[in-house]
Design a protein around this ligand. Structure first.
Ligand SMILES: [Zn+2]
Length: 252
């Protein structure tokens, strides 16, 4: 007798891979390429699950008849249907361009004290905004530092809050990914029940919390800002300042 884990091993493995992709998006939330690559993988992987599930079970009596209708329920879900279309674009045509914006400002503990909403190219890392700010400020000789990003207030920290989205949806990408993952997981759940097996043998709910709020704010230590600012005054290039910031963060 095979266990349910063995019966649908490939589909279940893909579902776990999609979960891992969500973690990758979280870990790389502020780095455009790794974030987008994890998102692209997520979208590819979730579309494979229903197909693989069908392949693994198609020889069982009555499965196909039942599954066609159940699968349709999943693919008609507005989010799933949209992501599956985006997957075909990613695989066959072009790059996916997520929505991206950010707020540059000052944070005190939780939440913003002051901030300025700015567009942020989806193909740029979050750090670009703060480095741009420093270069601009340097040109204007510090006159425009209204948020005190260059100041030395120890109670607050300069920060960037980033938002990633996907048209036509309002929610953040992490929230959309969790929602899509749950919809695909419920297809597996119902299939396991149809097979007369116990879905609790598998992990079909996300025990960990994935939310944009936990990762969307990146703070910058005052001493990093001051180090880079004085390097800018000495004439370093934009890409050198970007690199220096990464080095300072890694050392911290
Ligand atoms: Zn997780």
């Amino acid at each position: 007798m095979s266990t349910i884990r063995e019966i649908i091993s490939s589909a279940y493995d893909r579902l776990e891979e999609a979960h891992w992709n969500i973690h990758q998006m979280e870990e790389n939330y502020h780095e455009s390429d790794p974030f987008r690559f994890a998102l692209n993988s997520f979208i590819r992987v979730i579309k494979e699950v229903p197909q693989i599930l069908q392949m693994e079970l198609q020889n069982r009596d009555g499965f196909k008849e039942w599954y066609i209708n159940r699968r349709r329920l999943t693919t008609q879900d507005p989010l799933i249907s949209d992501l599956f279309k985006k997957r075909d674009i990613v695989v066959h045509k072009s790059m996916l361009r997520p929505k991206s914006s950010a707020v540059l400002g000052i944070t005190e503990g939780r939440g913003f004290k002051l901030g300025l909403g700015l567009p942020l190219d989806p193909f740029q890392d979050s750090d670009v905004l703060i480095i741009q700010y420093l270069f601009l400020n340097n040109e204007k000789e510090g006159e425009e530092d209204i948020f005190g990003i260059l100041g030395s207030d120890e109670e607050s920290l300069p920060c960037i809050e980033r938002h990633w989205g996907l048209d036509p949806f309002e929610e953040g990408i992490l929230e959309l990914a969790v929602q899509a993952w749950n919809t695909i997981a419920s297809l597996i759940n119902d299939t396991v029940i149809w097979l007369g097996e116990d879905p609790s043998e598998l992990h079909l709910t996300l025990k960990c919390i994935h939310s944009s709020a936990a990762v969307s704010v990146r703070t910058y230590r005052r001493d990093w800002i001051q180090t880079i600012n004085s390097d800018i005054k000495k004439g370093i290039e934009f890409y050198e300042a970007m690199y220096k910031l990464k080095v300072l963060r890694h050392r911290a």
